[in-house]
Design a protein around this ligand. Structure first.
Ligand code: ZN
Length: 107
């Protein structure tokens, strides 16, 4: 039984944190190339060119992400950090990529 004041933190039978991560698991199924996990941290690769200047993830810094399974690499200047995956959700969200920062763009 959950205290009523936490009721609105429960979503789909999960706590807020698990619901947050479960959304990324579901999105990754639909759109796998936008999602990556690097050393337990989840990132979204945004659509390149959607935003300009500082309105990009990591302020427009450019990264190369290499898929661990396929060894295919992609580069992005719009990478968003979604936080460190909780231990509860880690099995569903294993590391998927290696990440290296290429250079800092002038933005
Ligand atoms: Zn939970």
């Amino acid at each position: 039984m959950v205290a009523p004041r936490y009721h609105d933190l429960i979503e789909d039978g999960r706590c807020y944190s698990c619901a947050y991560w479960a959304r990324f698991v579901a999105e990754k199924t639909r759109d796998p190339w936008r999602h990556c996990v690097v050393e337990g941290v989840h990132y979204i690769i945004a659509m390149e060119g959607s935003f300009s200047g500082h309105h990009r993830g990591h302020g427009g810094r450019r990264f190369r992400l290499t898929d661990i399974r396929t060894n295919l690499a992609q580069e992005t200047s719009d990478l968003w950090n979604n936080g460190r995956i909780t231990s509860v959700m880690r099995a569903a969200m294993p590391d998927s990529h290696l990440m290296e920062e290429l250079y800092r763009e002038r933005v």
